[in-house]
Ligand binder design. Structure first.
Ligand SMILES: *Cc1c(COP(=O)(O)O)cnc(C)c1O
Length: 364
């Protein structure tokens, strides 16, 4: 049995630290917006090299609050990738704006910068690149393009905590960076959680206000906001895990590179690293013409595998009204052939070899 992710092994390795941190919160009984949330925001801002970090209740909320803080709303177009989790585009709809899906790069699976440029209209207010599977999007080209057009960049960093590009952490480059602490993410809590980085004090204050009922001062409400706070127990757990994040990401890279080595010549297309930064392998996603066959062989041996993502967003029923006739050939081709293998920092070499043996035999 090899699962897609193994959260239990990691918990057992960190049990003493995590249990102590959680018990301290239970003793303090300050559960909302307390010392751990403040410390986590300080520590993540420093780690990411961003002037401000504001935590919130989920990665989806992080995207929603960033769009609100940026003033994106009805009539505005937001260009993003269709090859991502639904939350990226849901957030665009939450604020009443229109998502515009453009095609992806066939080798990195990230948004195609030429396709962004071709889709810009006078209504384009924002571009939301996703650092998919832990590989940074081409931020230098995206920032140059968007700065020239006065377009706000909001990075979806839900899969890229600790990834960097051109020497900068993802989330510290655009006006906002949105992170998820969903348990299976590279930095995962034991429940839902999220975080937004911001480049200006004004934006950070707007985010703090939005996440806490539109309030800066208790019982004084300047705007209609939300209840979207990270709780102290999650913050305490995340502070423990943050101390180990570089090691976790390095271990993920070890697993990915070992997979590459063992799958060379097997007929699958192993993930391409574009060399512009550090890919943190939230997922290890290959391409194969014989996906069904590989999946069946893995499942038969009790090895996890998954299709991220089986239906691109422009083909989802939720967007059928706008995108019925849109064709994005690269996305559709990748969708038909992609397959993600188990990957987590604690994965042993024996486990990696078992996975690749099954794949090689299935394709042999
Ligand atoms: C996980 C994820 C989100 C949403 O995060 P939640 O914390 O689950 O709300 C958004 N975008 C991408 C690309 C994700 O992978």
């Amino acid at each position: 049995m090899i699962p897609m992710v193994d959260l239990k092994t990691q918990y057992h390795a960190l049990k003493q630290e995590i249990d102590a941190a959680v018990l301290e919160v239970l003793e303090n009984t300050q559960f909302i917006l307390g010392p751990n949330v403040n410390a986590l925001e300080r520590e993540t801002a420093e780690y990411l090299g961003s002037p401000h970090a504001v935590s919130c209740a989920s990665g989806t909320d992080a995207l929603h609050l960033a769009l609100r803080a940026a003033g994106i709303g009805p009539g505005d177009e937001v260009i993003t990738t269709p090859f991502t989790f639904i939350a990226t585009a849901e957030a665009i709809r939450y604020v009443g704006a229109t998502p515009v899906f453009v095609d992806i790069d066939p080798s990195t699976f990230n948004i195609d910068v030429d396709a962004i440029e071709a889709a810009i209209t006078p209504r384009t207010r924002c571009v939301m690149p996703v650092h998919l599977f832990g590989q940074p999007a081409d931020m230098q080209a995206i920032m140059t393009l968007c700065e020239a057009h006065g377009i706000v960049v909001i990075e979806d960093c839900a899969q890229s905590f600790g990834a960097s590009v051109d020497g900068r952490m993802t989330g510290s480059i655009g006006a906002y960076g949105c992170f998820s602490f969903f348990p299976s993410k590279n930095l995962g809590g034991y429940g839902d959680g999220g975080l937004i980085t911001a480049t200006t004090e004004e934006a950070a204050n707007a985010l703090r206000c939005l996440r806490n009922h539109g309030s800066h001062v208790r019982y004084h409400h300047d705007i209609i906001g939300y209840n979207s706070r990270l709780d102290e127990i999650q913050a305490a757990i995340l502070r423990v895990k943050l101390r180990h994040i570089d090691r976790f990401n390095n271990e993920r890279r070890r697993v990915a590179h070992r997979y590459n080595e063992l799958l060379a010549g097997s007929g699958v297309v192993t993930p391409h690293e574009d060399g512009k930064g550090v890919h943190v392998f939230h997922q290890y996603t290959l391409l194969t013409e014989r996906r069904e066959q590989v999946m069946q062989a893995l499942q038969k041996e009790g090895i996890g595998c998954a299709i991220y993502y089986p239906i691109p967003l422009h083909r989802q029923k939720a967007f059928a009204d706008v995108f019925a006739d849109v064709k994005l050939p690269v996305t559709e081709d990748v969708t038909a052939r992609c397959l993600s293998l188990p990957i987590y920092p604690e994965m042993s070499d024996t486990q990696i070899v078992s996975v690749t043996d099954v794949i090689r035999t299935a394709l042999g």
